[in-house]
Design a protein around this ligand. Structure first.
Ligand code: ATP
Ligand code: MG
Length: 304
């Protein structure tokens, strides 16, 4: 069974900069749980948020009963690494990757508490997943028309912005650019598109130097009280993106993935209707998923 943290946790903190002074040693601190998502918990700490990535994994928006040990650390450390690479594209929500309660060290980020924009900002450079399904049905993705003749895994002529709704429950639905503009305003829509495509391009170029193709990615943005747009949530992780080995990429067939696709493919072979409760993951599939997440992290960052 999945164990969720209680609404209020007492946690010991190590060092904390507060009002310009540094308190060393252990300090009791109460944090309020403000959101428990499929994968992450958000706690309020004064004006800051502590975002804690669990080892939970979701497939088709259903959290599976089996955790992937170490996954939360990989997502958090990889996101921190990417935030560092992308700082000049757009400001981001990170305050610290280390000033977090000791019990969550490695899997938590102290970040700015933002008003999240109700759009999932997706960039695609290759055809896969729901984008492929939409293209095959209509020749378009989120209203963007693509040339005929593309197949599974095809590289697109240029990266495209294919936003969706950010549904509180259930599945996200495609949105056209005009629908995004109607929801958040024209200049905000333009900034979301610019930042999403630029993060994708920069990420894909960097990944290419490590022999990795980033097929697509999903980003989330939020606003500071003064209206500044910031990149938030997680960035270019195997939960939010598709990663393929460049040496094995071959359009016209499914690609071997260093991401969650492995679990989707495994679950597709089961007699499961994609509704809760999700199936337990057998140990060999847990290990293979873990290995993929680790391999991606090591290849990208050069760290173990
Ligand atoms: P959702 O569909 O809302 O993303 P989820 O189940 O995917 O749900 P998680 O990814 O597990 O949720 O939890 C992360 C949540 O934190 C997301 O709702 C995300 O929008 C939100 N979030 C990320 N960064 C920030 C931030 N800086 N300020 C406020 N909320 C944030
Ligand atoms: Mg999420």
């Amino acid at each position: 069974m999945m164990v969720r943290a209680p609404a209020l946790v007492r946690c010991a903190r190590t060092a904390r900069v507060f009002s310009g002074r540094v308190f060393l040693g252990w300090e009791e601190h109460e944090l309020e749980l403000v959101h428990s998502g499929k994968v992450r918990e958000l706690y309020a700490d004064g004006d800051d948020l502590i975002m804690v990535a669990s080892d939970r994994v979701s497939v088709y928006d259903v959290v599976l009963p089996t955790p992937i040990p170490g996954k939360g650390q990989v997502l958090t450390q990889l996101s921190l690494w990417w935030f560092g690479q992308l700082g000049d594209v757009i400001p981001n929500h990170v305050i610290s990757g280390t000033d977090v309660p000791a019990e969550w060290a490695g899997r938590a980020i102290r970040c700015r508490r933002l008003t999240m924009l109700p759009v999932e900002c997706i960039a695609r450079g290759y055809l896969a997943g729901l984008g492929l399904a939409s293209y095959q049905q209509s020749g378009t993705i989120s209203g963007v028309r693509l040339p005929p003749g593309l197949g599974e895994g095809s590289r697109l002529p240029e990266p495209i912005f294919t936003p969706t709704t950010k549904a509180a429950a259930g599945h996200d639905e495609p949105m056209t650019y005009d629908e995004v503009a109607a929801l958040v305003g024209g200049s905000m829509a333009a900034e979301l598109q610019r930042a999403t495509l630029e993060v994708y391009r920069r990420g894909a170029d960097l990944a290419a130097t490590r022999g990795i193709v980033i097929a697509d990615t999903k980003l989330e943005f939020g606003l500071l009280p003064d209206g500044t747009v910031m990149l938030a949530d997680e960035v270019l992780t195997p939960d939010s993106s598709r990663f393929w080995l460049a040496s094995e990429w071959q359009p016209g067939r499914p690609q071997r993935s260093l991401d969650k696709q492995f679990l989707r493919d495994w679950s597709a072979g089961l007699d499961w209707d994609r509704r809760p409760p999700g199936p337990a993951i057998p140990p060999d599939v847990v290990a293979a998923t873990q290995a993929r997440y680790r391999e991606l992290y090591t290849r990208m960052t050069g760290r173990e």
